[in-house]
Structure formats: structure tokens, C-alpha cells
Design a protein around this ligand. Structure first.
Ligand code: CU
Length: 287
């Protein structure tokens, strides 16, 4: 069953019918779709085993319920059954492992020449996204967007192109997470430069968050992924390279009014003064 599901496209239909079994959606990247299919197939496999086991339990409860005071036949062991319920779980785990390894390898694969490299810089408590002219630390930043307490940073990216993320943190461990990518990866300070690639296949605007409790204002680390057509992305990047602000560059590719800013979330009020308990008249830490 797992085989047929993974091979076919019925995972989408079943996922839709059952609320994606708890996942936010089907994902917006090629990588996400593979994880989604694995998730749906795994849940179905788990449910199949579950229903089979529940069936056996209820059958035993009903078929062998106490009928009198006579002691039933005392069976000690049954070799074929012992072998069966040792081998079957091993087989199930092996199949799940096999497909997980395939999908995971695919998700982690880095192409030799990604079409766009973005350096994700996390800091307490916001994000900077640097558009790079190549791969690695030696490459240069050609444009960037930066978040603050008042501005949600926008991460504008093209669909249909291989995008490499290179992550680095200025201080503590953060985690880059766009729920619709069905994926998150920790952002480390120091020499560790975590990388991953996605190819977006759905235009739209999606909220992103820090997924690693990184300090007092962790919850304020939000950003917005704006997936646009490749030509629009080229125009956006050209505008940024010419020194345009992010809202102006958004205007250059057709976003008007409030659409030039994040629409999926908004800056939270830090209420820093209110939060400095027992310190009336003094300035809150971090101010
Ligand atoms: Cu964080």
C-alpha cells in the first residue's frame, strides 16, 4: 500500500480529505511535496497497522471472553506466530526507513549551481536576508532586506528556481521556519553555516518564524516569504540593487499600498516598559 501511495498521486486526495493529518498544507516547494507524500503514506501505514491490531484485540475480547469457571486450554507458545510478529515489525520499520532515507537525501541535496543564494542572518530578535552573488562565505551581498521591531522583513524569492539558503547567526541558536515549506533548519552562530535548498512552485505570501526559543523576544522573530514569478523577482532584485527600499522594490513589481509590506503578520508591540516588572521608572533590559 505504501508503494502504491508513494508511486501514485492519491496522497494528495487522501490528505485533503483528512485535513493533511495535522500538517499545515501540501507545501509550496518540490521538496515539501515529497515530505508531504511521505507523511501521508506513513500515517496511512500506521493507521492500517492500528486498525489491524485493534481488530485483533476486539476479536479476542469477544471471541475468548469468560464463559464459565472452566480453565481454557493453556497455550505456551506458537513458533510460527512468534516468528511472524518479530519479522513483521522489522519489515514495517525497514520499509519506513527506506522511504525516509530516500526523501531525506533528496531534501538535503545541494545542487552544484543554485540559481539564487540567500544568506539568512538571524539575530536577537529579527532577521536579515542577504541576496548573494555566489555560494559560500566569500560571495558578496548584492542586496538585502532587514527586519526591525517595527518592520517585518520580506524574503522575496522566485518560483521555479533552485534557491540555496545559507544560515548564520549573530548571537544564539535560532531556527528558520516557514511552515508551508514543511521544513525548518537551525541557524547557528560561529563557523557552522547550515545550508539547504528549495525550489518553490507556488506563488503567494507565507509567514515565517523563528522556531528555536532564543530569548525574551523570540516570538517577535517573524518574517514573510513572498514567492513571485521569476521575472518579477529579477525586477525586485534589480530595484534593490539600485538602492530602492524594500517597499519601493515591492511597488516596482506591482504591489501597491499595504501590499508593499508584510500581509501575513504584523510587528507585535514589545511593550518593553510594561514588561519590566518591579522596575518602575527604570528602563527595561534590552532597551
Ligand atoms: Cu530566534
Amino acid at each position: 500500500m505504501l508503494l502504491t501511495l508513494l508511486a501514485g498521486c492519491s496522497a494528495d486526495g487522501i490528505g485533503n480529505a483528512f485535513g493533511h493529518f495535522g500538517w499545515p498544507d501540501q507545501g509550496i516547494s518540490l521538496q515539501a511535496h515529497r515530505m508531504y507524500d511521505l507523511w501521508i503514506a506513513s500515517v496511512i501505514a500506521a493507521l492500517a497497522v492500528g486498525f489491524f491490531v485493534w481488530g485483533l484485540i476486539f476479536w479476542c475480547v469477544i471471541r475468548y471472553r469468560k464463559r464459565g469457571d472452566e480453565l481454557p486450554v493453556q497455550t505456551r507458545f506458537n513458533m510460527p506466530i512468534e516468528v511472524l510478529y518479530t519479522v513483521t515489525p522489522i519489515l514495517i520499520v525497514a520499509v519506513l526507513f527506506y522511504y525516509t532515507a530516500i526523501v531525506q537525501t533528496n531534501i538535503d541535496k545541494l545542487s552544484r549551481n543554485p540559481d539564487q543564494v540567500v544568506e539568512v542572518v538571524a539575530f536577537k530578535w529579527n532577521w536579515q536576508f542577504n541576496y548573494r552573488d555566489g555560494v559560500g562565505e566569500q560571495a558578496h551581498t548584492v542586496a538585502s532586506t532587514l527586519g526591525s521591531s517595527d518592520v517585518i522583513p520580506l524574503l522575496v524569492l522566485p518560483t521555479g528556481r533552485k534557491i540555496r539558503f545559507e544560515e548564520t547567526s549573530k548571537d544564539v541558536v535560532h531556527s528558520f521556519w516557514v511552515p508551508e515549506l514543511l521544513f525548518k533548519r537551525d541557524v547557528f552562530p560561529g563557523n557552522t553555516r547550515n545550508q539547504f535548498e528549495v525550489t518553490l512552485d507556488k506563488e503567494g505570501r507565507y509567514v515565517g518564524r523563528c522556531a528555536e526559543l532564543c530569548g525574551t523576544y523570540h516570538a517577535f522573530m517573524q518574517f514573510e516569504l513572498v514567492a513571485v514569478a521569476p521575472q518579477k523577482f529579477d525586477q525586485f532584485l534589480a530595484a534593490k540593487k539600485n538602492g530602492a527600499s524594500t517597499p519601493d522594490a515591492m511597488a516596482a513589481i506591482g504591489f501597491t499600498g499595504d501590499q508593499r509590506y508584510a500581509v501575513t503578520t504584523q510587528p507585535f508591540n514589545t511593550r518593553r516598559q510594561n514588561q519590566s516588572w518591579n522596575q518602575t521608572g527604570t528602563v527595561a533590559a534590552g532597551k
